[in-house]
Design a protein around this ligand. Structure first.
Ligand code: APR
Length: 309
């Protein structure tokens, strides 16, 4: 069996860390592409020199040329700029959609059968733009949201209870923004609802912390945003797709009527396999959960309406 080919566009913090984990787990050969000359080449050579120590045989290469990404099975897109002081949300969207357009066109030209996993923020609107630019079927475009937000919530629940992270499951749906919807009713420790294990006020504080978790890291780092958990969550999704595992992972998937949402991407529990976002699972939401989800959908829809194609 030949190896899978995975391209990571953007060899920055998230991209390079994802490349490291993809290679360590031998999920395929990895190509890192960046607009800056030397950076993807340098980071990939550095990773190849770690291979003998860690014992992985995945090949990691760096490039500035989309030709080298030809025939990719999966492409992770992290290229973009973070929001800078004084920059409006609309400015950020315009800049990052411009970057995404060139990236997606370059990728799809050489890998027309690929699956795109978008990481660039603001996430849900970037996934929509990438889908439009790509011309790919909607199942082959998705974005990192609930895998990351859920991982953060799992970490906080495990910290609170002093139990293994392995036994903690958590569900976060909606947009990858402050309006995300952490679902305490669907978060469990070895099947036990967390609502039975953590007092309501503590649980509410944990849910609130989850919503602001990205900002908490930015506040600490000051000069950048999170990358270990984002890249780990990317690799969890990549593994589900590349190994056709049919894992159920909430991510920004195209809704065609599910949850009453039509024609846009938003975080919902999704079966991930070799065809991409293969199926959306519809879970029951109570009135408060539904209202929160709809507010999140409305926020993303508002941003999509600002897009100019
Ligand atoms: N083509 C290719 N690469 C590009 C382009 C482009 N047109 N424009 C920018 N890049 C590259 C940059 O050169 C940089 O190496 O994208 C990389 C981004 O890396 P970082 O600035 O380190 O950002 P990172 O922390 O990795 O975050 C990337 O993920 O979580 C989101 O909000 C975050 O949107 C951001 C993205």
């Amino acid at each position: 069996m030949s190896r899978k080919k995975i391209t990571v566009v953007g060899a920055g913090h998230v991209g390079a860390t994802a490349a490291m984990w993809l290679a360590l787990k031998e999920l395929g050969d990895v190509v890192m592409l960046d607009i800056v000359e030397g950076v993807p080449q340098g980071k990939s050579l550095d990773l190849m020199e770690a291979a003998p120590v860690e014992g992985f045989d995945s090949k990691v290469t760096g490039t500035n040329d989309y030709k080298d990404t030809a025939g990719s099975d999966l492409v992770v897109i992290t290229a973009g700029i973070p929001r800078k002081p004084g920059m409006s949300r609309a400015d950020l969207i315009n800049t990052n959609t411009g970057i995404l357009k060139s990236v997606v066109e370059g990728i799809v030209k050489h890998s027309p059968k690929t699956i795109l996993l978008i990481v660039t923020n603001p996430l849900d609107v970037m996934v929509y733009a990438a889908w439009k630019y790509s011309g790919l079927p909607s199942a082959r475009v998705m974005g990192l949201s609930g895998a990351l937000d859920g991982a953060r919530l799992r970490a906080f629940i495990a910290m609170e209870l002093g139990v293994s992270v392995e036994d903690v499951h958590a569900m976060v749906i909606g947009g990858h923004a402050d309006e995300m919807v952490p679902l305490k009713r669907y978060s469990t420790v070895s099947g036990i609802p967390v609502t039975q294990l953590i007092p309501a006020d503590r649980l509410d504080a944990i849910m609130a912390r989850t919503k602001k978790a990205g900002g908490e890291i930015v506040g600490l780092l000051k000069t950048g945003s999170a990358y270990y958990a984002p890249s780990a969550a990317v690799v969890e999704m990549a593994e589900a797709i590349l190994k056709d595992k049919k894992r159920v992972i909430p991510c920004a998937s195209y809704c065609d009527g599910q949850y009453g949402v039509k024609g846009m991407f938003i975080g919902v529990p999704t079966v991930l396999g070799s065809l991409g976002a293969e199926k959306i699972l519809e879970i029951e939401l109570d009135a408060a959960e539904r209202a929160a989800f709809e507010a999140s959908v409305a926020a993303v829809r508002g941003l999509i309406n600002e897009l100019k194609f």
